[in-house]
Design a protein around this ligand. Structure first.
Ligand code: SF4
Ligand code: SF4
Length: 482
């Protein structure tokens, strides 16, 4: 008889029971006691089915154990020795596929000089200060970009404005939105708008415009005054907290048509996540807060080292536990990192590529060059065409060929790959000088965080499944528009 062997899964406990995260299918599977016991025996080494039945004879009858084995074989948690493993398939997306999100860098200039900024720091890819690139996007380029997006998109398009400081080019942003709305209506398409800003230039007429036009807003902010002023400073070194705090409060008071989120860059010097979260939600009033570790070379003093990642994980876990306590009883909690990951788990997301960059998402530089994403906008080495000439499909196909998860040797054996898939290309470029390499410096953190989110998912599947069902409804709503 051919022996049974374990396949790829990650075992975790939640709500007092065992769960499996099945890696090839990215599905979550709750185990009953007999299935958990059978899996344990198979996991300990190759074993015949009869031996599993015998080994569990004092606890479960043979029929129950055989049914458990069949179920584990069906979901591919176990398999037969000598049968090949489910290694990631090297399936490239069918091309051409629609563009869903275009991130438009309306300027590469900024009125702040944040120490860690990838646009201005030592790690920059494009020299926007001394290079040839336009500092502000011209209106004609912006309108061409809109035509490009509407031509390349399906029924729904997302237009995101980015910078530099986006609001330094508010006039172009304003005319672009009016133009895009009119053109989308003519073409029978849906378009929505969002932007990221440092909040320093918000004023009543801008806030009014954003609210009226239902523009989604993400504010880059690092927390209370002491944390914000450590890195988010003006060119003269002055902190920006006192400038942005009242403007943000006004934005949150007036702009009620879309939820407003904060995006925090974490550094080794500003790692108090709970304190930051409390300040941003309770004192400033943000609905959601998302955190991302700073992208930088490891030798810079604010880079997050190994012990920093451990600390960060501990704090993420504490805030995630608070999230669970809230949503289990249908109370809102704004820790968006956990919500976003729960959504991906629920939808069974299994990524061949870490993010939408180069797939459904592209960046556009101030000159109208199309790039992998906004962080590469203006980089010739990561150029995928122009808004005038369209997407360079050859460059795009070559990129997708080169970056598939199946070719990332370490990742192709990692249980967290369905959600991580090697991590951000920009981070890899800064760290290793190439987008091809996976971000192996933060694997422990990624796996630790994914495990936490799986546990929360398991808990919620028992304590408030309705919360998870909302993701299905939102997806159905989005599909209805497509
Ligand atoms: S980068 Fe690390 S955590 Fe992410 S998929 Fe690859 S091996 Fe796994
Ligand atoms: S490459 Fe990095 S910065 Fe660019 S879209 Fe992907 S995750 Fe974001």
């Amino acid at each position: 008889m051919i022996a049974l062997v374990r396949r790829e899964f990650h075992l975790f406990q939640a709500a007092g029971r065992d769960f499996l995260y099945l890696v090839p299918s990215a599905a979550v599977f709750a185990l009953d006691p007999a299935t958990a016991a059978a899996l344990k025996i198979v996991s300990d080494g190759p074993v015949a089915a009869d031996a599993v039945v015998q080994g569990l004879a004092d606890r479960f009858d043979a029929e129950t154990v055989r049914a458990a084995i069949t179920e584990l074989l069906d979901v591919r948690a176990i398999g037969y020795e000598q049968q090949p493993d489910d290694a990631p398939l090297r399936m490239l997306p069918m091309m051409p596929f629609p563009l869903t999100t275009m991130v438009m860098n309306v300027t590469n200039q900024c009125n702040l000089a944040c120490t860690y900024c990838y646009e201005y720091g030592e790690d920059k890819i494009v020299d926007t200060e001394n290079g040839q690139q336009s500092k502000f996007m011209a209106e004609s380029t912006a309108l061409q970009s809109v035509e490009f997006l509407l031509k390349e998109s399906g029924r729904v398009a997302h237009l995101t404005f980015f910078g530099g400081e986006t609001l330094l080019n508010f006039p172009v942003l304003k005319s672009t939105i009016a133009y895009a709305r009119a053109r989308a209506a003519e073409l029978g398409k849906e378009i929505d708008f969002s932007l990221t800003t440092n909040a320093t230039l918000l004023k009543p007429e801008i806030i009014e415009f954003l609210a009226e036009n239902r523009v989604g807003v993400t504010i880059s902010i690092d927390g209370p005054r002491d944390m914000q002023d450590k890195f988010r400073v003006f060119h003269n070194g002055a902190g920006s907290y006192d400038v942005v705090a009242p403007k943000i409060k006004e934005l949150l008071r007036r702009h009620r048509t879309r939820p407003i989120g904060a995006r925090v860059t974490l550094t080794s010097d500003t790692l108090d996540i709970t304190k930051i979260y409390r300040h941003l939600t309770e004192e400033l009033g943000f609905w959601e807060v998302g955190f991302a570790p700073v992208t930088t070379s490891p030798n810079l003093h604010y880079a997050i080292g190994e012990s920093g990642f451990d600390k960060m994980l501990g704090q993420f876990r504490a805030l995630a536990a608070e999230f669970l306590d809230h949503v289990a009883v249908n109370r809102h909690h704004g820790f968006s990192n956990v919500k976003d990951t729960l959504e991906e788990i629920h939808k069974g997301v299994s990524k061949a590529y870490p993010c939408g960059a180069g797939l459904g998402l592209l960046g556009v530089s101030t000159d109208g060059d199309v790039a992998l994403c906004h962080r590469f906008a203006g980089s010739d080495a990561h150029k995928f065409g122009t808004v005038r000439d369209g997407i360079d499909r050859e460059a795009q196909a070559a990129f997708l060929q080169q970056h598939h998860i199946a070719d990332k040797t370490d990742c192709s054996k990692c249980w967290a790959r369905p959600l991580c898939s090697g991590g951000c290309y920009h981070e890899a470029h800064v760290r290793y000088g190439t987008t091809v390499k996976p971000n192996l410096h933060y694997c422990e953190w990624i796996r630790g965080w994914t495990d936490t989110c799986l546990q929360i998912y398991g808990e919620l599947s028992e304590r408030n499944p309705e919360f998870l069902a909302r993701f299905d409804r939102e997806e159905a709503k989005a599909e209805a528009v497509l």
